[in-house]
Design a protein around this ligand. Structure first.
Ligand SMILES: Nc1ncnc2c1ncn2[C@@H]1O[C@H](COP(=O)(O)OP(=O)(O)OP(=O)(O)O)[C@@H](O)[C@H]1O
Length: 872
């Protein structure tokens, strides 16, 4: 093949193998020559890299934001671009487009963009490029510090960094606490890019000897406004003190801080402020549908349950205001079995558990995550359909971050906010001001499932769960009480007893801070009134004014009074800080006084069943099959589009107000009135009676007064405490007790003497029998001598005191006396023995106190004479 036909026949065909070998030789020679030439011309790798870097730096100035659509349009290193491509990031988002260029140019940047818009890459790409530019190595130490407000967010950022930076040679570390500090300290010095939480970082700055940040090139604050707010202020100040002033700083958040003070603290140099959605109509993603419902506090659990039942195939996050709420409701909902897997994430969990939950929720397709605000910022759980804000967020910014856990990067999502009637006005106003488009929707009352009874039964069976419910109760009320925005959060408007019932608690636990608040407001009121009275020319209070004051006071204090009433139940006592019992007692005393001052204004807690009735009005009980699917319940919130039933919760509540239930119109009963009622009926409250073995009745509580004074009956009718009378009565009681005690002791002594006499008589009889018996006894005493231990002897002092204190021990003491008599006998035997042994025994006995037989002197003498006689 390949040769002309005429040559074939002639036989001069060249050998193809030979010609190939010839060609091969030539070719390889040429290749070798080329190689050698290239080798001569080739620059070292570092040099090539450096040249590449300088080309990149030159291109930084040429970056034109308008021309950028892809990451590759930026002058980025091949290693970074490769990492981005491998992670499927090609097109840039708006915040990435606008900030990466500025950051590459070495400027300080404040970047703000809606949730889920890709801020993480907007700072990670410049981070990698910054160190690449400087050809950073592990020996150069810490080059970039990325601070996140929560452990989960730091972990997530670290994971993204690992993904996009995998082609670089830098070392990256995650320092978030919950792990061994020593273990971290060993590695921290080799880390080039450190992702951390503020607290743990400061701990290392303080405690890890070799750790320093003197070479730091860049500081990144993710969720900057959160990190710079009051909660982290001190920690951040301390961290910043340890950082070099000459560095680049990047701040990112969906809700940006503009506080000049904060920025000055961070020593930013002419920062570039980039708020990509500043001119957008809304501050939340366009793909996020946002609604709110208004419902009573006591209905919330049922609303949540009904919501979950109607979204069984969705992925949702439910936000609560406190860890203890999450802890309790997580347990309760697991028991309620709504038909969807439930997870809980809060700050009181162990770090390992937090990570497990985080990863589990990332993996799940349909699940619900009960979380506190630690999950509100930055977390990027994939494909979350719903965000339900069970408790009203602290402010509009918190709302934006929470809601932003759904509808991320071009995805759809829905957010539902549950508001109490008292929170609605203030919160909705704030949201609208922040350009958050929220609409009110209604719950379909027919789909609302009441779970209170089930909760009650869970709590009746499980004491631990009950305690959790109590903690949840206090914790929620405290969270409302501590909120800064008093226009939205008014603790005095919370229906406390009804809320307790809705958690399954029959009695609302005591809430100490409310009591303190009560005291404070009382003081304020009193001073206010006193000022009024003290004013020159101020008229004395009229009856109307007194009534007005009462009404005002009543309204303000009703919650606190309810709390105090409940506190009387010892079983349901729940103290927030149980450290100071005395103080508690003082407080109780003061409150007693306060109670007296308030007189008949004290409002009683509505009975459990009554409150339940009120609560149950708008709720329909639907006993549904646990395993029911999405279908039948799916229209739980559909009424947002059409209020098909023409009746919403608000209207129902209004109806309720028009036709108040019996419990509502019921006259308020004061403690005094209740006590009088009880007395009239001649009841004895809280009386504990036990029966002795002989069937005798013994009243254990309240302790019976033994010295009944004649005027007791009269006194009781007057109500209150007459201190003088009480004192007298106590003294009388004291005398009576002493007298009784003396009698008891005398009787005991008498009994003892009789027994002794009896014993002596017996002994006389026996002596008369024979001397042999006596010798036998003495022999036994001698045999036992070696094993004798003086410590077994009764302590005469003890004997005396115990004799006085406990009559039940009489028998033992008598036997002790007998032993002592035995000892006396033994000692007389010792007299008969040789000098050495006698001395030894003596040494033993010398340590003993003179024995007290418990007999009178005459009787003792008689006994001794008798014994001597019998020995002779
Ligand atoms: N250029 C991109 N191309 C494709 N996906 C991207 C890009 N940038 C970011 N994403 C994806 O968008 C999602 C949201 O990104 P990111 O978590 O950075 O948002 P964020 O703005 O920081 O949100 P938040 O304000 O809630 O913290 C992530 O899943 C991320 O992988």
């Amino acid at each position: 093949m390949g040769k002309p036909a005429e040559h074939r026949g002639s036989g001069e065909r060249p050998d193809p193998v030979r010609s190939f070998n010839r060609w091969k030789k030539k070719h390889s020679h040429r290749q070798n020559q080329k190689k050698q030439l290239r080798k001569k011309l080739k620059k070292p790798e570092w040099q090539v890299e450096r040249e590449g870097i300088s080309r990149l730096i030159q291109n930084y100035e040429k970056i034109n934001v308008n021309e950028i659509t892809r990451f590759s349009d930026f002058p980025l290193s091949k290693k970074t671009l490769k990492g981005l491509q491998e992670a499927q990031y090609r097109l840039v988002t708006e915040i990435q487009k606008q900030t990466i260029g500025l950051a590459l140019q070495g400027k300080d940047v404040l970047g703000a963009a809606k949730t889920g818009s890709g801020k993480t890459l907007a700072f990670l790409v410049p981070v990698l490029e910054a160190l690449y530019r400087l050809q950073w190595t592990s020996t150069d130490g810490l080059g970039v510090l990325i601070i996140s407000p929560t452990r989960e967010l730091a972990y997530q950022t670290f994971e993204v960094l690992r993904k996009v930076g995998k082609n670089h040679d830098f070392s990256a570390g995650l320092i978030i606490g919950g792990k061994d500090l020593k273990h971290e300290a060993e590695r921290i010095n080799n880390i080039n890019i450190l992702v951390c939480t503020p607290g743990r970082l400061l701990q290392h700055m303080d405690e890890t000897i070799c750790f320093h940040a003197t070479n730091l090139q860049m500081l990144v604050l993710d969720e900057a406004d959160r990190i710079l707010d009051m909660g982290f202020a001190d920690t951040m100040n301390a961290i910043i003190e340890n950082l070099p002033k000459k560095r680049q700083t990047l701040l990112f958040s969906a809700t940006q801080t503009k506080s000049v003070k904060d920025l000055a603290r961070l020593s930013l140099k002419n920062p570039e402020y980039v708020w990509v959605h500043e001119k957008a109509k809304y501050s939340t993603p366009a793909t996020l549908e946002q609604n709110y419902i208004v419902c009573e506090l006591q209905q919330k659990i049922s609303v949540l349950y009904s919501f979950l039942r109607s979204h069984l195939k969705k992925k949702s996050i439910v936000f609560f205001s406190s860890c203890k709420e999450v802890q309790y409701l997580f347990r309760v909902f697991c028991r309620l079995r709504p038909g969807i897997s439930i997870l809980a994430l809060h700050g009181r969990q162990q770090q390992m558990r937090r990570m497990e939950v985080y990863n589990e929720f990332v993996r799940k397709k349909a699940a619900v995550l009960f979380a506190t605000d630690i999950a509100a910022r930055g977390l990027d759980f994939p494909a979350v359909n719903w965000v339900l804000q069970y408790d009203c967020p602290e402010d509009a910014n918190t709302y934006i971050h929470r809601a932003g856990r759904t509808a991320r990067y071009k995805e759809d999502g829905e957010a539902l906010l549950i508001l109490l009637p008292s929170e609605e006005k203030g919160m909705v106003q704030q949201l609208l001001q922040k350009k958050v488009p929220v609409k009110e929707i209604k719950i379909n009352p027919e789909k609302l499932m009441d779970v209170q009874k089930r909760l009650e039964s869970f709590l009746a069976q499980d004491r631990d769960l009950k305690e959790r419910a109590q903690r949840c109760f206090v914790s929620y009320i405290r969270s409302v009480y501590l909120m800064k925005d008093k226009e939205v959060f008014d603790v005095s408007k919370l229906p406390i007893p009804e809320y307790a019932l809705s958690l399954g608690l029959a009695v609302a636990p005591r809430v100490r801070f409310l009591q303190k608040m009560q005291k404070q407001s009382t003081k304020e009121l009193v001073t206010h009134q006193a000022d009024k009275v003290g004013e020159p020319g101020a008229a004395c209070l009229t009856n109307d004014e007194v009534e007005e004051f009462r009404a005002y006071f009543n309204e303000k204090m009703s919650i606190l009074q309810n709390g105090r009433e409940r506190r009387n139940s010892s079983e349901d006592r729940l103290s927030n800080d149980t450290s100071d019992e005395e103080q508690e007692e003082e407080e109780e005393e003061e409150e007693e006084k306060l109670g007296k001052a308030k007189g008949s204004q004290i409002q009683s807690v509505p009975g459990a069943t009554e409150a339940q009735k009120i609560k149950e009005v708008p709720v329909e009980f639907l006993d549904r099959d646990e395993e029911e699917e999405d279908g039948p319940d799916a229209d739980f919130l559909k009424v947002k589009r059409h209020n098909v039933f023409g009746l919403d919760l608000k209207e129902k509540n209004a109806l309720e107000k028009k036709e108040p239930s019996k419990s509502k119109v019921k006259k308020k009963v004061t403690k005094v009135a209740e006590a009088k009622k009880v007395m009239k009926r001649n009841f004895k409250v809280n009386k504990k009676i036990t029966f002795t073995d002989d069937g005798e009745l013994v009243q254990q509580w309240p302790q019976m007064q033994k010295t009944l004074m004649k005027d007791t009956e009269e006194d009781d009718d007057t109500g209150g405490i007459n201190l003088d009378k009480a004192k007298e009565r106590l003294q009388e009681e004291d005398k009576f007790d002493k007298e009784e005690y003396r009698k008891k002791i005398k009787a005991k002594h008498r009994e003892k003497r009789l027994k002794e006499r009896e014993a002596r008589r017996e002994a006389n009889k026996r002596q008369a029998k024979a001397k042999d018996e006596e010798e036998a006894f003495l022999d036994w005493s001698d045999d036992d001598d070696d094993g004798f231990d003086p410590s077994t002897l009764p302590d005469p002092d003890k004997y005396r005191s115990s004799e006085e204190s406990d009559s039940d021990d009489t028998e033992d003491k008598i036997s002790d006396t007998k032993k002592k008599q035995g000892m006396k006998k033994r000692s007389s035997k010792v007299e008969d023995e040789g000098p050495t042994s006698r001395n030894r025994k003596k040494a033993k006995w010398e340590t003993l106190e003179p024995l007290d037989t418990g007999l009178s002197l005459a009787e003792d003498e008689e006994l001794v004479l008798h014994l001597l006689k019998s020995q002779n």
